[in-house]
Write a protein that binds this ligand. Sequence first.
Ligand SMILES: Cc1ncc(COP(=O)(O)O)c(C=O)c1O
Length: 375
Amino acid sequence: MKLFDVYSQYDVDLRKAKGAILTDVEGTDYLDFYGGHGVISIGHAHPRYIDAIENQLHQIAFYTNVIQNSLQVELAEKLGKLSGYTDYNLFLGNSGAEAVENALKVASFKTGKNKIIAIKGSFHGRCSGSIAITDNPVIQSPFNQVHNVSFIALNDFEALEKEFKDKDVAGIIIEGIQGVGGVYEGTPEFLKAVREICTKTGAMMIMDEIQSGYGRTGKFFAHQWADVKPDIITVAKGMGNGFPISGVLIAPNIEAKKGMLGTTFGGNHLACASAIAVLDVMKDENLMENALQMGEYLKKELKQMDFIKDIRGRGLMIGIEMENAAEFRKQLILEEMIFTGFSGPNTIRLLPPLNITMKEAKKFIKALISTTTTD
Ligand SMILES: Cc1ncc(COP(=O)(O)O)c(C=O)c1O
C-alpha cells in the first residue's frame, strides 16, 4: 500500500526533537519556529511531558466515556484556572476540526437555528461543518457546500449588522487571530460589537482559539486582549503538545443534555495526562510571559528590516509580510535550517514553542538578515 498523496512535502525526514531543535535522519539540526502548525507549546520532548505520558501508559491508556475518568475533571479544573474560565464547562475531543464541529452543534442546539456567520479568509478545519465555514472553495467538496453559511470581512461593522438581520443566525465564529488567512485579528471594537449583537439576538459568539490560544499570544486566549467573553471557545493544537486532544469551552448558561455530543477517543486517559502536563509546565515555567517577551523582542528586531512590508500578530504568533515570501521560507529551511510557516500569499508565519530562549530568538533574527543579504 502507498500513502494517499495529498501533502506537498519538503525533503526532510525527522528522527528526533528536543525543545525547539529538530534533528533529521542524517543528524542535521533544524530550529523549529513553526511547532508543526503551532502544535508544540511546551517544547519537544519536555521531561515532565514524557514522564506524565509514560506513567499513564503503565496505568491505563484508554477507556470509554461511559466510565468516569477523574483525569478529565482535573484537566477541566486546571484549564479553567489558567484560562480564567473557571465557570465554563469542557467537552473533550481529538482534533481541531472536531472541536469546531461540536462548537457549531452546541450553537445550533442552543438557538434552534442553523445559520453560521464566518469571516473572510477563515480556516476552521476539514470536516463537514468546519470546512463549510472555511473560506476556501477549492478544498470544499460539493458535499460540504450545503450548509447555511455566510462570510463577512473581518472588522466590517456594516456587514455584521446586515447579516444579523437574518433570523436564522445560530452564531458567528471568529479566529482569535487568523492563522492560515494571514495573521489578521479583529479589533477590540469589532469583537465588542460582535459580543453585543450576539447578546441582543441570542446568537452564540464562538471564538476559534485552536491556533491563537493556549498562551501563544501572552494571554491564555487572543480574544482576552480585547476583553470580551465568547459563549463558546475551541482549543486544540498546543493543548497536547503533539498528543491529539481538543476541547470546547462552553458557557455555564448552555445546558448539557445526555447524548447531545459524544466521542469514542476524546478525553482518554493518555490524552488527559499529556494535556495536564502541558498546563502544569505552562504555569510553572511562566510560558505565557515568555511568549510575550520573546514575541516583543522578535517584533522589535523585525521592525528594523526594511525588506519587511508588515509585521502582524501577538506574542509568538507572528506574520511577516514580504515579497517572495515562499522563496524566502524555502531558503530558511534549506540554507539556514529553520522551519517557519506560511500564511496568505506573502506572509511567513512564526509559531515556535512557547519556551524558546533568547539565544534561539537571536539565531532566527541573524538567519533572516543573512538570508536577505545572500538574496
Ligand atoms: C484556527 C483553526 N481552527 C481549526 C483548525 C483545524 O484543526 P485540525 O487540523 O486539528 O483539525 C486549524 C488548523 O490549522 C486552525 O488553525
